[in-house]
Design a protein around this ligand. Structure first.
Ligand SMILES: NCCCN[C@H]1CC[C@H](N)CC1
Length: 290
């Protein structure tokens, strides 16, 4: 029959295509168009406003890295906040940490949560953890009412800074994150592709260097279906007890919860953690990490 392909916009003039078997869901929420389709090669795919968010095949890389890079960098994370992350995948990973007692998640679009529960049960299982407190709303508003120094770790699992997530890369937002973290607390923020967004990364790093007086580092990993096949993370710590992001003080291998929800880790381990912070020379120069 007719070949139907979804084209994920990579950068002007570039796109990554996935063959579509069938469309499973397509509706507009109050914030964006939500699309789910069955692909020929990567399982089910979640798309928001035409931009690929995750596929069943490689979501493990993104969700495991964005959750364990921060949580394995501090001795005993207890309180965690997730900004975005409405598909539940990051929650699934956080719940591997038995030291965690309280998880807040602030997702602006309830349709993303409902769609994930229906089509991505292996991710939405994260919402079943009794430590999870769901807040549906704007994270900027949510963070305004958070007591100073409440969280050990904050994970910003956002979509691209266009549309609903635009404000999540601006300085005021990072300032509210810093005040919500305890001394020596950590932020892990999705930070785009080193091949496509070096100026955005440069801007984010300079804002974070002004805002987080501990340390600021860029890490990256392979997610084949993301633009250019890689995605980055900004790891920041507030002033206080030193955080050595390069050597996990709380290695996942020693956690009993490493095997959780009857699901083993598929991607993250302590070697991948260390490797994630090694950077190509062009990036070191671009973001003045030389
Ligand atoms: N929990 C999955 C969220 C995915 N985050 C983003 C999707 C769009 C990409 N260009 C960047 C990561």
């Amino acid at each position: 029959g007719k070949k139907v392909y979804f084209n994920n916009p990579m950068w002007p003039g570039e796109a990554h295509s996935l063959k579509v078997e069938s469309i499973l869901f397509k509706e507009k929420s109050d914030y964006q168009e939500v699309l789910v389709f069955e692909s020929s090669t990567c399982g089910k795919v979640l798309v928001l406003d035409g931009i690929l968010q995750l596929t069943e095949k490689d979501e493990c890389a993104y969700q495991e890295m964005i959750a364990h890079l921060p949580l394995c960098s501090i001795p005993s994370p207890k309180t965690v906040l997730v900004v975005g992350g409405g598909d539940g995948g990051v929650l699934r990973e956080i719940s591997r940490h038995s030291s965690v007692e309280h998880i807040d998640i602030c997702e602006i679009d309830k349709m993303v949560i409902d769609v994930s529960k229906k089509f991505f049960p292996e991710l939405a299982i994260g919402f079943e953890d009794p430590r999870v407190n769901l807040h549906v709303g704007d994270a900027i508003e949510f963070l305004r009412h958070v007591p100073k120094g409440k969280y050990d770790a904050i994970i910003v699992d956002s979509s691209d800074p266009v549309g609903p997530a635009q404000e999540l890369v601006e300085k005021p937002f990072f300032e509210t994150i810093a005040q919500a973290l305890r001394p020596g607390g950590v932020l892990c923020n999705m930070a785009e592709s080193m091949w496509l967004h070096t100026h955005l990364i440069e801007d984010m790093i300079s804002v974070c260097r002004e805002t987080f007086k501990g340390s600021v580092h860029y890490a990256w990993t392979s997610v084949p279906t993301y633009p250019s096949g890689v995605i980055g993370f900004l790891l920041c710590s507030t002033e206080g007890p030193h955080v050595d992001f390069f050597n996990p003080i709380n290695p996942i291998e020693k956690l009993d919860g490493a095997y959780h929800h009857k699901r083993e880790l598929r991607f993250y381990n302590s070697e991948m953690h260390r490797a994630a912070f090694t950077l190509p020379s062009f990036l070191k120069r671009e973001v003045r990490l030389l």
